[in-house]
Design a protein around this ligand. Structure first.
Ligand code: NAD
Length: 484
């Protein structure tokens, strides 16, 4: 059977890449070869940049309401095809159908929020800043922006940025994660159908070479990156060196705190969903539970009971609650961390390593895994594993929990589980972390708020989506006028 080869979308047309370098896109549950993705070369990136640059003037002069209307169309198409899109995500990434449906929903919400651009982009003014002198502050689009997303939300992450950038009047280039390029391909089919002018949104498949070409081009004005901390730091540095606006969302190690007065059943259910949903491959996933005092034993028992009962399998089966991790390479990495935890002396109270999923011998499966007796200085308590592995640490009080979190370089998400308003208030006030849940295990901000990682989970100053997006994708101009 002939394997589908993915094309680029440049200047309003699907164009095959000239590159002879191809990567296999593999279904991580079945091991089936889904397609091949080209690693495009620098000159192909150059064509996309030129198309975006050429489209910029016409697009910025298109009235914001007309720009918003193109997104109404795209939104309707996404809604119509949402089930189809969710199924593509499951096949390329491995998450469950429910998780994939949630991802598509969140993506649609970003498009919906961006359609508010006529109001969101408005400037401000003040009459009589001096005698007969008025002052107007306007926002203007800047030029060409690009997104470099990670593998774990293959459809949604580019849509944290692109709808806002483009609705503001900029033009755009997406370089999908080469591990999971299929749902971005589907997105661009919808973009094509929605009838945006050519060159406004472009897709270039590839890896590091494409990123380098985007970062080095003087015709690219800004970059939004989402991925691991090491690459985030590298992209941040390089983009800044080339004079670009840049926002880089990096890795995470998320600690959830359970206070002695937490509602046990609901707390345990929320932690399970946070730690093992999407096989732990979320930047908001629970990695370590800091259990305060006496709740430790009953919570541990409940977590092990719930995690042992999760049904692991192929995400297209509606009854499955956890899918595989994204690839064989990533599976080895996760297994390596479990081994490390054992060597470090943590107690493996639920071991997912031996899992076998009937009918899928080639799947990249690792079952829910829980470590007890984890110490704050262990590698498994500090480094991002990005798999279904949860560590438990007993702490004396909230102060100790906060101190452990403070010592960790990351600050993406956290949560406290408690019935006390006082503890909740103290926690949200003191914790040095950008996204905070109170009795919520995955505190993902909606599209109209910003996605606010702190510390090494974010490099930049303006965050993704919400109001920050309007700041990031526009330049301010202050006009001071007097008429004689
Ligand atoms: P990754 O850093 O390996 O890759 C991300 C993107 O960078 C991909 O498009 C990839 O092609 C590109 N890339 C990889 N190496 C590069 C290099 N040397 N130079 C230039 N570009 C390069 O990340 P991943 O494994 O795809 O994604 C998982 C990571 O993403 C996790 O660390 C997770 O925490 C993080 N993530 C963070 C957030 C957040 O909001 N902070 C959200 C989702 C995922």
């Amino acid at each position: 059977m002939e394997v589908k080869r993915i094309d680029n979308y440049i200047d309003g047309k699907w164009v095959p890449s000239d590159s002879s370098q191809l990567l296999d896109v593999v279904n991580p549950a079945t091991g089936a070869l889904l397609a091949q993705v080209p690693l495009s070369a620098q000159d192909e990136v150059g064509k996309a940049i030129k198309a975006a640059r050429d489209a910029f003037l016409g697009w910025r002069e298109t009235p914001p309401l007309a720009r918003a209307r193109s997104f109404f169309k795209l939104r309707d198409l996404m809604e119509e095809r949402s089930e189809e899109l969710a199924r593509v995500i499951v096949q390329e990434e491995g998450k469950t159908l429910d998780d994939a449906r949630g991802e598509v929903r969140r993506a649609i919400e970003n498009v919906e929020v961006a359609t508010g651009i006529p109001s969101l982009m408005m400037g401000s003014n003040l009459e009589d800043v001096a005698k007969d002198i008025d002052c107007d502050a306007v926002r203007q689009p800047i030029g060409v922006f690009c997104a470099i997303p990670p593998f774990n939300f293959p459809f949604m992450v580019s849509l944290w940025f692109m709808p806002f950038a483009v609705a503001c009047g900029n033009t755009y280039i997406v370089k999908p994660s080469e591990q999971v390029p299929l749902s971005q391909n589907s997105l661009f089919e919808l973009i094509d159908e929605a009838g945006f002018p050519r060159g406004v949104m472009n897709l270039v498949n590839g890896a590091k070479e494409v990123v380098d070409a985007l970062l080095e081009s003087k015709d690219v004005n800004g970059v939004s990156f989402v991925g691991s901390a090491t690459v985030a730091k590298h992209v941040y540095r390089k983009a800044a060196e080339h004079g670009k606006r840049v926002q880089c969302l990096g890795g995470a190690k998320n600690f959830l705190v359970a206070m002695p007065d937490a509602v046990l059943d609901r707390t345990a259910a929320a932690i399970i969903s946070s730690a093992f949903g999407a096989a732990g491959e979320r930047c908001l996933a629970a990695a370590v539970v800091l259990a305060v005092g006496d709740i430790y034993e009953p919570l541990r028992a409940k977590l092990v009971e719930l995690a042992s009962n999760l049904k692991v399998g192929y995400g297209l089966d509606e009854t499955v609650q956890m899918g595989p991790v994204v690839s064989r390479r990533h599976l080895d990495r996760v297994l390596g961390y479990i081994e490390k935890g054992v060597q470090e002396g943590a107690r493996l109270i639920l071991d997912g390593r031996q899992i076998r999923v009937d009918g899928y011998p080639n799947g990249c499966f690792v079952g829910p895994t829980i470590f007890d007796h984890v110490k704050p200085d262990m590698v498994i308590a500090n480094e991002e594993i990005f798999g279904p592995v949860l560590g438990l640490i007993r702490v004396r009080d909230l102060d100790e929990a906060l101190a452990i979190m403070d010592a960790n370089p990351y600050g993406n998400a956290t949560a406290i589980f408690t019935s006390s308003g006082k503890w909740a208030r103290e926690f949200k006030y003191r914790v040095r972390c950008g996204m905070v849940g109170i009795n919520i295990g995955v505190p993902a901000p909606m599209a109209f708020f910003t996605f606010t990682g702190w510390k090494d989970s974010f490099f930049g100053d303006l965050h993704g989506h919400g109001r920050d997006a309007i700041e990031f994708f526009t330049e301010k101009k202050i006009v001071t006028s007097r008429w004689f």
